[in-house]
Design a protein around this ligand. Structure first.
Ligand SMILES: Nc1nc2c(ncn2[C@@H]2O[C@H](COP(=O)(O)OP(=O)(O)OP(=O)(O)O)[C@@H](O)[C@H]2O)c(=O)[nH]1
Length: 209
């Protein structure tokens, strides 16, 4: 089971956002501890996938130092993470994997067992798509739609939806048979993401503990 997941799944790091809440800088290259957010994400995801790529929007050169394929969004302008998922699925088709797992570049504590748990949830529910979810503090599971397992065979459907104006990742995923893979949030939520300078300060104090 684990073996086939490693063989057939590629990881795609969504790094094409505008980071408006962070003043428009490149969040992937923000420093946390001795390294960047992007390097922390690569470190966690690389052992879980057959191959890994960075998905960007705009200038791809700034990511060339990371030694990974850099795949640009194919839709013009900033169309949001769903456009990045399509770029990832097109790349997945090119390299011959069955599915991709997407993650956000601003989430440095993502689970070490993300891929296997998403794949298990998808198999268990016979669902083509699995999204990660974690408790929201009120006893409800909150989905994290940019953390998902997406089958390559859905890419033409996704392309059509994007051309018809769909932009909301969770809406598209649930409309195409998504299930949730539930993760614990102890000692802290592994999907904590860094959107603002305050979030960055909080993450810095977490690693300094
Ligand atoms: N490829 C791609 N990824 C995107 C796009 N927009 C957002 N993302 C990625 O999706 C993830 C979640 O993005 P958000 O935090 O919602 O948006 P953001 O642009 O990073 O930040 P804000 O502008 O402050 O909302 C991040 O990893 C982003 O890099 C896009 O247009 N294309």
């Amino acid at each position: 089971m684990t073996h086939s997941i490693f063989k057939n799944t590629a990881g795609v790091i969504l790094a094409g956002g505008l980071a408006t809440r962070m003043g428009g800088i490149d969040k992937a290259l923000l420093r946390l501890g001795d390294t960047t957010l992007l390097e922390l994400v690569i470190e966690r995801l690389a052992p879980q996938c057959r191959e890994l790529a960075i998905n960007v929007n705009g200038n791809a050169n700034r990511f060339s130092a990371f030694g990974l394929p850099v795949i640009p969004d194919s839709l013009p302008g900033h169309q949001g993470p769903l456009a990045g998922i399509l770029a990832g699925l097109d790349w997945g088709a090119e390299i011959g994997v069955d599915a991709i797992v997407t993650v956000a570049t601003d989430t440095p504590f993502l689970p070490h067992d993300l891929v296997v748990r998403l794949a298990d949830a998808s198999t268990h529910a016979a669902a083509p798509i699995a999204l990660a979810a974690s408790p929201d503090g009120t006893g409800t599971m909150r989905p994290h739609p940019t953390f998902g397992l997406w089958p390559v065979e859905l890419r033409e459907e996704l392309r059509q939806s994007l051309h018809s104006g769909t932009r909301k990742v969770s809406q598209w995923a649930h409309g195409h048979g998504a299930t949730l893979a539930e993760f614990n949030s102890s000692p802290f939520d592994p999907f904590i993401n860094i959107n603002t300078p305050e979030d960055l300060a909080a993450a810095r104090s977490l690693i300094a503990r």
